[in-house]
Design a protein around this ligand. Structure first.
Ligand code: ADP
Ligand code: MG
Length: 454
């Protein structure tokens, strides 16, 4: 472990209290590279939480320890890939569970088919109704034309939940059915392992014997030619044999870059159904349902508050609920409006001053781009977009005129900042995720300023 981090941990433990420390600080992994400190967390929600509640403390401690302004980035690192999952249906048994391995040769464990991702637990609303109905039809085997079923939509909107539900229901049917449930990356890893061990024949047979193939996150195939080729043949073999394929992606087939034309046209050939961010009403229904699943009673006001104070994805909504429940339990406090409002952040106080350097440092951390690059003239898209967001935040938070901001970004002209602000405003109106990002950054900068002012 990075030595400074060890020391920071000790100090933070005293500063933030044991519960917060265990829940939020201890799980952070810290690494150091040429750009400074890299804090790794396991989810977008976690990241937002760390940015909002701990980043300024971490910064202060690191500054004290190292004697200079630390460059800090918080990055989301997905957990370790779950084991591959190919299962054989056992109609006479319980639904598959994490613990039980299926017995037959060639059939692997169900590694990551989440038990509670069922149709019954999925809240249906206008944003996901088409996807839901299509998934049900496919799972019941009542619709042959939906092949492949291609579900697409933003992160955390329920794609994995729905396809897991398909798998559960399919496995629950009376006939003996062979299914595979894995994500595209696992498909690639299995293929690579087979190539290395000279076992491609077995690999192909395993996949081509299936009754149902479910592959999550196929956008991962972008640019992976060898994997695409293998996947194409697997797909074709199953399709030709009349077997069902279900796929998900964060974008529609035509928007996946570097995807072979023949795969794209296969993906487009069945039913494409998108899942959009849920409406406020659906979000409320989801919060209520999730609370119910955990046998917790939520007042209307608290449910509404959680809906208002969390990001647009269902995962964030669920995260906010989880934190609220965890907090209530740990602190032994009632889950009332005031405490949830305090917990989920609410900035009404007049903000203290935010400096341009602070905005740039926060943007650097959030977008994982070194400060120098943010201030420089590089045109790489991710950098240019992050820079525009930084300029936008400077404009909204720093009370500095355009020209003053421009000069902080390597002596640019004020019209660059004007343009950046307009561009971000337009993008933000259309892009819910950008909106969440900006809200998170604004909140964390304002709160840090308020703490400094206090
Ligand atoms: P995706 O695969 O699209 O990124 P997930 O399927 O992992 O999203 O969903 C994220 C979380 O949100 C999961 O815990 C899932 O149960 C929950 N979720 C998403 N949509 C719904 C819904 N309509 N009803 C109930 N839970 C949902
Ligand atoms: Mg998913």
């Amino acid at each position: 472990m990075v030595a400074e981090w060890q020391a920071v941990l000790q100090r933070l433990r005293a500063r933030v209290g044991e519960h917060s420390y265990k829940a939020w600080v201890e799980p952070i992994r810290c690494a150091r590279d040429e750009h400074g400190f890299r804090l790794e967390v396991s989810s977008a929600f976690f990241k937002e939480w760390v940015l909002r509640h701990f980043l300024s403390d971490i910064r202060v401690e690191l500054r004290e320890l190292t004697g200079s302004e630390p460059e800090l980035r918080v990055v989301v690192v997905e957990g370790e890939a779950p084991p591959p999952a190919v299962a054989e249906a056992r109609p006479d048994r319980q639904p598959p569970s994490r613990k039980r391995a299926t017995g037959s040769a060639g059939a692997l464990r169900i590694g990551h088919l989440m038990e509670h991702y069922t149709f019954e637990r999925f809240v249906v609303g206008p944003s996901n109704e088409l996807a839901y109905r299509a998934a049900c039809a496919v799972a019941d085997g009542s619709e042959r034309a939906y092949n492949p079923l291609f579900l697409w939509g933003g992160v955390g909107l329920g794609k994995t939940h729905l396809i897991s539900a398909v798998a559960h229901r399919f496995l629950g049917r009376a006939e003996r059915r062979r299914i595979a449930f894995l994500n595209a990356e696992e498909f690639m890893n299995q293929m690579i392992a087979a190539l290395r061990q000279d076992q491609m024949k077995a690999f192909r047979e395993r996949f081509r014997e299936l009754d149902l193939l479910i592959v999550d996150d196929v956008e991962f195939l972008a640019g992976k030619e060898r994997t695409q080729e293998e996947f194409f043949h697997t797909f074709d073999a199953l399709f030709t044999a009349g077997k069902q394929v279900v796929l998900t992606s964060d974008k529609p087939p035509q928007a996946i870059p570097h995807l072979a034309q023949r795969l794209r046209s296969r993906f487009e050939g069945g039913l494409n159904a998108d899942i959009r961010p849920p409406t406020a009403e659906t979000r409320l229904a989801i919060v209520r349902r999730k609370a119910e699943d955990r046998h917790v009673e939520l007042s209307d006001a608290v449910a509404r508050l959680i809906v208002e104070r969390s990001g647009p994805s269902v995962r964030e909504l669920e995260g906010a609920l989880t934190r609220a429940l965890a907090w209530a339990e740990l602190s032994n406090m009632p889950l009332d409006e005031a405490s949830v409002a305090a917990l989920l952040g609410h900035v009404t106080r007049a903000p203290g001053r935010v400096s341009i350097a602070q905005v740039v440092a926060a943007a650097s951390t959030y977008f994982n781009i070194p400060i120098d690059e943010l201030r420089a003239h590089g045109r790489e898209r991710a950098v240019a977009e992050a820079r525009q967001v930084a300029m936008f935040l400077c404009r909204t938070l720093c009370e500095t005129p355009y020209a003053g901001i421009a000069s902080e970004f390597n002596g640019r002209d004020h019209s660059t900042v004007v343009y950046a602000v307009r561009t971000v405003e337009k993008r933000r109106a259309k892009d819910a995720r950008l909106d969440v990002t900006i809200n998170a950054l604004e909140r964390s900068l304002r709160e840090a300023a308020a703490r400094r002012a206090a």
